[in-house]
Design a protein around this ligand. Structure first.
Ligand code: G3H
Ligand code: 13P
Ligand code: ZN
Length: 317
């Protein structure tokens, strides 16, 4: 059942984080639903602008609506990931999305807040919540001087001001992660000090952690062994998710890890079966492997096993 993102946040805040997983196709959708049901977790499906344009935005909507029927016990929200203003408006008007993200983090604070406020005004009229972003994710490395590194992280006082100005419902904060498979060259971890200061100034306000793939080293090694070239790929330590969730991180975004599972399965399959050309056998393996990955990730997020309680609180039979 599709529920509102705000409802999920209310149940999860301070206790566990909801996994927000990107999808682009049918196989990811099947693995995602199965993995979340296997681990009894609520979840957020994320659709990026790129995913909407991959085929046609209506295709993913159709796949998700079908999945809702195939997996009637699933409880999830549908979210636009990294939207611009026009895409947010389109998603709000579609009546399909539970929440949207307006990403104007590249703009100065005032402009970012003004764009977010315009989206919030429209979204709230329809009961849709809005995620915004302040600060910039990206190559914060341990060898970078502290001042330089901190300049990219979210400033807690600015976060407080931004939330007030924009009226957003959740905030993506830059606390040391970055998108993709090459996050750190050294042993850089999450900046919990920044997170703590943000939570103090914004108590009970859901925070979002983007760029949270853990880029499992075993996965990278298997991809490289099967012909890939992902040397030096490195991600976030998944054992830090629990601490982050206690500090207000309520939504954790994971996309790259799913792409790595897809790449590993398909590279190994065609390496080991050079005479094969049916797309379904590797597709089947991927769906099962992705479901396994999701179930494992939900344990790390603390969302595994919470589905019965979430259903009870939301009044779902
Ligand atoms: O943060 C970005 C997500 O991983 C989505 O990536 O824009 O390539 O679909 P994408
Ligand atoms: P990863 O690239 O770490 O999976 O981050 C995904 C993300 O933040 C989607 O918004
Ligand atoms: Zn992101």
């Amino acid at each position: 059942m599709i529920v509102s993102t705000a409802q999920l946040f209310k149940v999860a805040y301070g206790k566990f984080a909801i996994g927000a997983y990107n999808i682009n196709n049918l196989e990811q959708t099947m693995g995602l639903f199965k993995g979340n049901l296997d681990s009894q977790a609520p979840f957020i499906i994320q659709i990026s602008k790129g995913a909407r344009d991959y085929t046609n935005k209506l295709m993913l909507e159709g796949i998700i609506r079908s999945a809702e029927k195939v997996f009637p016990d699933a409880v999830f929200a549908v979210h636009l990931d990294h939207g611009d203003e026009a895409t947010c408006v389109d998603c709000i008007n579609s009546g399909f999305y539970s929440s949207v993200m307006i990403d104007a983090s590249h703009e100065p604070l005032k402009e970012n807040a003004a764009a977010t406020r315009r989206v919030v005004d429209l979204a709230h009229k329809k009961g849709i919540s809005v995620e915004a972003e302040l600060g910039q994710l990206g190559g914060v490395e341990e060898h970078v001087q502290v001042d330089e590194a901190n300049a990219k992280l979210t400033n807690p006082a600015e976060a407080q001001e931004f939330v007030k100005l924009s009226g957003c419902d959740s905030l993506a904060c830059a606390i040391g992660t970055s998108h993709g498979a090459f996050k750190f060259t050294g042993s850089q971890g999450l900046h919990f000090d920044v997170l703590e200061r943000i939570q103090k100034l914004l108590p009970n306000f859901p925070l979002v952690m983007h760029g949270s793939s853990s880029v499992p080293q075993e996965e990278v090694a298997r991809i490289n062994k099967a012909g890939g070239d992902l040397k030096g790929a490195k991600g976030v330590d998944e054992n830090q998710f629990e601490k982050a969730s206690k500090l207000g991180v309520t939504k954790i975004n994971i996309d790259t890890d799913g792409r790595l599972v897809w790449t590993r399965v398909h590279r190994e399959y065609f390496r080991d079966n050079p005479e094969k050309f049916d797309l379904r056998p590797p597709g089947k393996i991927f769906m099962a492997e992705y479901a396994k990955f999701i179930a494992h990730k939900n344990v790390k997020l603390g969302s595994a096993g919470t589905l019965p309680e979430v259903k009870k609180v939301l009044g779902i039979k």
